[in-house]
Design a protein around this ligand. Sequence first.
Ligand code: MG
Length: 175
Amino acid sequence: MEISKELQDAMNEQLNFELYSGYIYLSMAAYFESVNLPGMAHWMEVQHQEEFAHGIRFYRHIVERGGKVIMKAIQAPKTEWTSPLEAFDDAYGHELEVTRRIYKIGEIADSQGDRAAQSFLKWFYDEQVEEEANTMGIRDMLKTIGDAKNALFMLDAKLAARPAAPAPPAESTGP
Ligand code: MG
């Protein structure tokens, strides 16, 4: 079943939003570098790679379903934050928005009885639970840490250990 125009447009929009998410996290990485928190910068760089892989998932689904991918301009991200807490609070808020948008695409797929799209989106529903939990968890640790510099550096060292993002799923081999 070919993807509908409405779903194709919604997924193209989400492809762009995933790349925008990656852009935000790379901007946060640069902020953390500028305030000498290399572990948090590393965590955000890995997050940026993950978002790019999410974008590729939407790219492939659109193509495999006979749709057309349209690349659009990526919005400029914020470049300064007043504290690590503000950055991670923004990251958590951003992930809530990503979840809201993905659910919206799910509603379109539901209304069209598009089971292939629903099956594809299921991975993202699960992923968003993790994304929200991760960003909320770090945000809450930063709240607890407050002005305690030594605790901040301990958290920074912990976040430096985040493993690299897995590669996006392989391209289908085609006919
Ligand atoms: Mg994402």
